[in-house]
Ligand binder design. Structure first.
Ligand SMILES: Nc1ncnc2c1ncn2[C@@H]1O[C@H](COP(=O)(O)OP(=O)(O)OP(=O)(O)O)[C@@H](O)[C@H]1O
Length: 685
C-alpha cells in the first residue's frame, strides 16, 4: 500500500531540475558579477583571485594531469617572496590566465575561461600555489607571462545532479525497483522484525557500543530498503557507522559510503583504515586529507601491482614535458605536444583498466555524493549505499549514488542546519518558470531526503542515538527537552565535566564552575548595527546581503574571554561563534591578536565541531523584537550544542522574546535558577 504523500517521480525530478537551475544561476551570477565588476586587486581581497603570478615549474601529477607551480611575479614580488593575502584554498576550481592590463576591468567569466586554463588547486603555500590543469587544456598558454588565477563557481556538482535527475525523470514506471518505489512512497518499506540479524545475535567488533547505537545498527542491518540513523550532537554517529560497515562486510555485502563533503568521507576512511579491509577512496587527491591518500584511487593506480604498467607511460610523458621547455622552435614544440597527446590517450586507457580492477576488488568504496557519479563507478553496483551527514546533503546529490544501489542507510540530524541554499527563489512557486511540466508544490532544495523520508514513512524507519559524549548535562538539557523529546542522556564521562576540571591547571572561579551562562544586554544600550561588506559595495548590491554587528556584545565577549584566560583556560580551548559575518569581522583580528589560538567562526561554519568553552554572540538588539535568521531553531541548536564544558550566550533578552525558542530558553534558565547576570555586572568587574 502506498503512503498518502507518495510522489510522482517524473514531477519530482522536474521540480528538482527547476530548483537546481535556479540555484546554479544564482551561484554563477554571484561569481560572475564580482569577476566582471571588481578590479583584480578587489577580487584578491574578496578571496576570489591571486594576482601577479608567474610560472615557476611544471610536472605530471597524479592522474597524468599537468601540475603548474605559480609564484609571485619577480617584477612585483615583495622582498620576502611571499604571496599577498588571498582566499584561494586547496580543492578550488580556478582558471589560470594572463593578467589583464591595468585598465581592463570589464571582463566576462566566459572570456576568462576561453583564454586561460582551468584546473584544481592542489596545494597552497606561503610562496607558491600549485594547480593541476584539466587534461584537455594546453599548458602552452601560461609560460613566461604575468599570470593570475581566479576562482570559479563549481558547476561539476550541478552537472552530476542534473544528469541524475534527468535519468530519474526518463525512467519508465516498470523500471522502478522496489527500492525506488519505497523512496518515493509508491509502496511502504518491508516490515522489520526482531533483534536477530540473519537469525543470529550480532557479534560486535566494538562491544563498548551503547544500546541505542547497537539498536540502530541492528535495524540498519535488517531493514530491506531504508534505514535512518538519527544522531543528535555528540552521539557517536560516525562511530556507529564504522561498526555498521564492518558488520555489512561480515555479511559479504558491497558497500558504497558517501557524504556531502570531502571531510565527511575522509573522516570515515581514517577510522576504517585501522581495520585492515580493502577500501578505495574516490576523488581528486588535491581535495583529500593527507592521511587518507594511501587509499585514494589515484595513488593506488600508481602504487598497486596493477599500476606498474601505467607508470611507464607516465615517465615518458614527464620526459617529453621537460623537453618542451628546452625547445625553442615552434614546430618542434607542436610536434612534442602531439606526442604527449597520444601518450595521454594511452595513459588513460591503461589507467582505466587498472581502475576497474582496483574498484572491482574493493568491498568498500568511499566518495563524496557527487564523486560517486564519476566514470570510475559507472558499471559498478552496490548492495547498500551509506550516506553520512545526510541532513546536510541536497536530495538530488543523494540520488547520484542511490541509482547504483538497492538499499540506503542515511545518518544525520534533521534538527541541525540543512545544506546552504543561495537562490532566494528556491521556492517551487518561483521556480515554476518552465510550467509545461507538473511541479511538486511546496518542494524546496532545503527539504532533504532524510526529512522527506521521515515525513513519508514516519518514525518507524528511524532509530535515534541517545547517549551523547560531548556536553555537560546542563548544557544538553534544553536542546534535549526542546528538540529531542527529552531522550538525550549525558555519558558518565562528560555529564559533570567543568572547565575547572580540564587536564591542566584552571582556577575555580564563577566562570569555570558554571557550565551555562547568559549575559543579558537588555535595556537598549547595546543596539545592533547594520553593515554592508566592502566587497558588496564595490561589486554590486545585494549579493552577500546585509550583515549585522554589535560592538558592545563584542566588548562583552572579550571581557569574558579575558576572565576565562585569567583563570587558566587556554585560548585553544575557546571558540567564539556568531550568526553574523559582520560581527565575526568586528571581533576576529582583535581577539586573535589578544588571545592567540582562539577560534572564531560563524554558527553555520561551526556545525560538526566542538570546543571546551563556547561563547555565542547573538547580536540582535532592537525595539521590534526582530531576531532575523537567528530565530531559526536549527541554527540555535547548532550554536548551543558545540561546547563540552561551558556555554556562554550573550544577547538581549528583550529582543530575543521575538524567537519562541529563545523565549523558552530564557524561561528554562530562570526555572532552573541558572546564572543570569546583567551586562552591567560584568562591566563593573
Ligand atoms: N559507545 C561509545 N562509548 C564511548 N565513547 C563513544 C561511544 N560512541 C561514541 N563515542 C565518542 O563520542 C565522540 C563522538 O563520536 P563520533 O565522532 O563518532 O561522533 P560523530 O557522529 O562524528 O559526531 P556527532 O555525533 O557530533 O555528529 C567520540 O569521541 C567517540 O569516541
Amino acid at each position: 500500500m502506498a503512503p498518502k504523500d507518495a510522489v510522482d517521480i517524473p514531477s519530482f525530478a522536474a521540480t528538482q531540475l527547476a530548483l537546481l537551475e535556479a540555484e546554479l544561476q544564482s551561484e554563477l551570477s554571484e561569481t560572475s558579477s564580482l569577476i566582471s565588476n571588481a578590479s583584480p586587486t578587489a577580487l584578491q581581497k574578496a578571496g576570489l583571485a591571486i594576482t601577479n603570478l608567474s610560472l615557476s615549474s611544471q610536472r605530471t601529477g597524479l592522474g597524468g594531469k599537468t601540475v603548474v607551480e605559480l609564484g609571485p611575479d619577480s617584477a612585483t614580488a615583495s622582498k620576502d617572496g611571499e604571496l599577498a593575502e588571498h582566499g584561494v584554498r586547496t580543492g578550488d576550481i580556478v582558471v589560470v590566465s594572463e593578467m589583464p592590463s591595468g585598465s581592463a576591468r570589464k571582463r566576462e567569466v566566459m572570456e576568462l575561461e576561453s583564454k586561460g586554463s582551468r584546473g584544481v588547486v592542489t596545494r597552497v603555500g606561503s610562496k607558491a600555489v600549485w594547480v593541476a590543469l584539466d587534461e584537455r587544456e594546453g599548458e602552452e598558454g601560461v609560460g613566461g607571462k604575468r599570470l593570475w588565477l581566479v576562482k570559479l563557481a563549481n558547476d561539476v556538482t550541478y552537472k552530476r545532479m542534473n544528469q541524475t535527475m534527468q535519468r530519474l525523470q526518463k525512467m519508465k514506471s516498470d523500471e522502478y525497483s522496489s527500492f525506488v518505489r519505497v523512496l518515493f512512497g509508491l509502496t511502504t518499506p518491508s516490515p522489520v522484525s526482531g533483534d536477530l540479524v540473519e537469525g543470529k545475535e550480532v557479534e560486535w567488533v566494538d562491544p563498548s557500543l551503547n544500546d541505542s547505537q547497537k539498536d540502530a545498527i541492528r535495524f540498519a542491518l535488517t531493514s530491506k530498503e531504508v534505514a535512518l540513523i538519527h544522531g543528535p550532537p555528540g552521539t557517536g554517529k560516525t562511530h556507529t557507522l564504522i561498526e555498521l560497515i564492518l558488520q555489512m562486510l561480515k555479511q559479504n555485502l558491497r558497500v558504497l559510503v558517501c557524504g556531502p563533503s570531502n571531510i565527511s568521507v575522509d573522516n570515515i576512511v581514517e577510522r576504517l583504515a585501522p581495520h585492515k579491509i580493502s577500501i578505495v577512496r574516490l576523488g581528486h587527491p588535491a581535495r583529500l586529507l593527507p592521511s587518507v591518500l594511501n587509499h585514494s584511487l589515484d595513488v593506488l593506480t600508481q602504487t598497486s601491482d596493477a599500476a606498474a604498467i601505467v607508470q611507464d607511460v607516465r615517465k615518458e610523458m614527464d620526459t617529453k614535458q621537460a623537453s618542451i621547455r628546452k625547445t625553442k622552435s615552434g614546430r618542434e614544440r607542436r610536434e612534442i605536444y602531439g606526442q604527449i597527446k597520444d601518450l595521454r590517450r594511452e595513459f588513460r586507457e591503461r589507467e582505466k583498466k587498472c581502475i576497474s580492477t582496483l574498484i572491482g576488488s574493493s568491498k568498500v568504496v568511499l566518495a563524496t555524493l557527487h564523486g560517486a557519479g564519476g566514470f570510475q563507478t559507472k558499471d559498478e553496483v552496490f548492495d547498500v549505499v551509506i550516506i553520512d551527514e545526510a541532513s546536510q546533503a541536497l536530495e538530488a546529490q543523494c540520488w547520484v549514488p542511490l541509482l547504483r544501489a538497492s538499499k540506503v542507510v542515511l545518518a544525520g540530524d534533521h534538527l541541525q542546519l540543512p545544506p546552504t541554499i543561495k537562490s532566494l527563489n528556491s521556492k517551487t512557486t518561483k521556480a515554476k518558470t518552465r510550467d509545461s511540466e507538473e511541479l511538486v508544490k511546496g518542494m524546496t532544495l532545503e527539504t532533504t531526503l532524510f526529512d522527506r523520508l521521515l515525513r513519508l514513512h514516519g518514525p518507524g524507519i528511524k532509530r535515534m542515538l541517545t547517549t551523547q559524549y560531548r556536553m555537560h548535562e546542563k548544557i544538553m538539557r534544553f536542546p534535549s527537552d526542546e528538540l529531542y523529546e527529552s531522550k538525550l542522556v549525558a555519558a558518565d564521562a562528560v555529564k559533570a565535566r567543568l572547565l575547572k576540571d580540564l587536564p591542566y591547571e584552571v582556577k575555580e572561579t564563577e566562570d569555570t564552575t558554571e557550565p551555562l551562562i547568559f549575559f543579558d544586554t537588555q535595556g537598549g544600550d547595546f543596539p545592533e548595527k547594520n553593515e554592508e561588506e566592502e566587497v558588496d559595495k564595490k561589486a554590486g548590491k545585494g549579493m552577500m546581503g546585509e550583515s549585522k554587528s554589535n560592538e558592545m556584545e563584542a566588548a562583552l565577549v572579550k571581557q569574558h574571554v579575558r576572565n576565562l584566560v585569567d583563570a587558566g583556560v587556554k585560548p585553544d580551548d575557546i571558540a567564539i561563534i556568531t550568526p553574523y559575518n559582520a560581527q565575526l569581522a568586528l571581533m576576529s583580528r582583535e581577539m586573535k591578536e589578544a588571545f592567540p589560538g582562539i577560534e572564531l567562526g560563524s554558527v553555520d561554519g561551526f556545525q560538526g565541531r566542538e570546543k571546551e568553552a563556547v561563547i555565542v554572540s547573538l547580536v540582535r538588539s532592537n525595539a521590534q523584537h526582530d531576531c532575523g535568521f537567528v530565530a531559526e531553531k536549527r541554527r540555535l541548536n547548532v550554536a548551543m550544542t558545540r561546547p563540552r564544558r561551558s556555554l556562554t550566550i550573550i544577547g538581549d533578552s528583550e529582543t530575543l522574546q521575538g524567537s519562541k525558542f529563545l523565549k523558552r530558553w530564557m524561561e528554562f534558565l530562570e526555572e532552573g535558577d541558572l546564572r543570569y547576570p546583567s551586562a552591567s555586572a560584568l562591566n563593573s568587574q
